[in-house]
Design a protein around this ligand. Structure first.
Ligand SMILES: Nc1ncnc2c1ncn2[C@@H]1O[C@H](COP(=O)(O)OP(=O)(O)OP(=O)(O)O)[C@@H](O)[C@H]1O
Ligand SMILES: [Mg+2]
Length: 421
């Protein structure tokens, strides 16, 4: 069965290379008896992979069972998986077969395998190694032939370092690892999935199929979908049921998208980062301007200090790379004693007296102090930008301040400072 047929048969939508890759691995490994560990965030579609692997294997006529290891209480999980003898524990009035016995010849899908208690992990390892298991409360070793496909949304190796997951079991389960990509890693699939789900739900709920306006489509694409395909599916259904108009605008769509916690400044209002992709850049730009302003202020303080304390040597001190205080050319990022990392796009000051040395890369603080400060490039640029903004806005300070991304008050201060009025 080829990739397209598999997608069709299992209702899998998407054509991103990462998804195709994962599916191709599943198709290849299915007819073997190898154990497979499917890894991926919640809601990416791991369960479908386990079904594909079973259905395309020689075990397809034997039973398949999916066990959610995270949902079974610790006290009963051994009994569920491996069975128990009569009287093995209070309440064990009868002997019972476990899944590993009933599924003999078939496939067990162990979902959320990272949640298995350590004792159960030891039993599972034994089954994977030689097919042997012992019922709870028994001493008889039994044999079974079960293929294990496991899934997790956790980093099992990290859990292994914390002593929560057996490393040997990890390597046994992950004979073939398959990573199912997050939805945000396969943006090209988002719209396809939305179309599929809206078609499905319009049929289920007997409503006309939803359409997205272009800006709603942009929002759909830009949203990070932390709950992956499941979240997209749920939200599509919610909108399908709750909205009476089948043409969905961005404003309507946005109401259904929960804010995403993130370290970055993402706004969830009108004109937010999702709607036009510009605001985030604007925010960064403003942050940079603020930072530059702070650096300028800091610079003044430092120069003030140097002016107050330092006696100026009559000659520049020769450069020695070992003792040099490294600093960038534009003099604005004055490194405070710590080494400034020299980067290609941040050239350093060339000490005029050391021009003909082999590597006249850095100057020390005192030499630096010798360089006249009245033509610092950033200050000159700032002045230039303010002049430009004022000219462009015909002297209207409010507009100019907006263009510059600074407050009107700061602009007034700058105008005074540069004696522009
Ligand atoms: N590529 C896809 N095409 C169509 N439907 C998909 C696709 N991927 C996932 N789904 C659907 O999304 C939902 C969530 O998928 P699934 O339950 O397999 O996620 P999961 O990775 O097992 O998540 P969890 O770790 O939370 O169990 C299911 O209803 C599934 O049918
Ligand atoms: Mg699942």
């Amino acid at each position: 069965m080829d990739l397209q047929q598999v997608k069709q048969r299992f209702g899998i939508v998407g054509s991103s290379p990462m998804l195709n890759n994962a599916l191709e691995t599943a198709i290849k490994v299915a007819p073997t008896d190898m154990n497979v560990l499917i890894n991926g965030e919640s809601g990416v579609g791991k369960e479908s992979f386990s079904k594909i692997i079973h259905q395309l294997s020689g075990r397809k006529h034997a039973p398949f069972i999916a066990v959610n290891c995270g949902a079974i209480p610790e006290g009963t999980i051994d009994s569920e998986l491996f069975g128990h003898e009569k009287g093995a524990f209070t309440g064990a009035t009868d002997k019972r077969k476990g899944y590993f016995e009933t599924v003999n010849g078939g496939t067990i899908f162990l979902d959320e395998v990272g949640e298995l208690p350590l004792g159960t992990q030891a039993r599972l390892l034994r089954i994977l190694e030689n097919g042997e298991f012992i019922k709870v409360g028994s001493s008889v070793v039994q044999k079974t032939d079960v293929r294990v496909v496991a899934a997790t949304n956790r980093d099992l190796l990290e859990r292994a370092t914390n002593g929560k997951f057996r490393e040997d079991l990890y390597y046994r389960l992950a004979t073939v690892p398959i990573r199912v990509p997050k939805l945000s890693e396969r943006k090209e699939d988002i719209y396809l999935l939305f179309r599929k789900f809206s078609a499905d739900f319009s049929e289920t709920h007997r409503s006309p199929m939803m359409e997205l306006t272009p800006d709603a489509q942009q929002l759909l694409m830009a949203y990070p979908w932390p709950g992956n395909v499941r979240q997209l599916k749920n939200i599509t259904e919610q909108i399908c049921v709750l909205e009476s108009d089948n043409l969905i605008h961005a404003d309507t769509f946005r109401k259904y998208l929960p804010p995403v916690p993130s370290g970055l400044p993402v706004l969830l209002g009108k004109g937010d980062a999702y709607s036009d992709g510009m605001s985030e850049r604007d925010i960064f730009y403003k942050v940079l301007i603020e930072l530059r302003r702070d650096v300028n202020d800091l610079k003044k303080v430092v120069f003030g200090l140097l002016d107050g304390n330092a006696e100026m040597p009559s000659n520049s001190i020769p450069v020695t790379n070992s003792t040099a205080m490294k600093m960038p050319q534009d003099n604005n990022l004055l490194s405070s004693g710590a080494e400034y990392k020299h980067q290609a796009e941040t050239p350093v000051i060339l000490n005029p007296t050391a021009m003909d040395e082999d590597e006249p890369e850095f100057v020390d603080a005192e030499t630096f102090h010798h360089i006249p400060i009245d033509d610092l490039s950033l200050e000159a640029q700032e002045l230039e930008m303010i002049k430009k903004a004022l000219t462009k806005n015909k002297g209207r300070r409010k507009k100019a301040a907006q263009d510059l991304g600074i407050s009107e008050r700061t602009l007034y201060r700058k105008i005074k400072q540069y004696e522009l009025d």
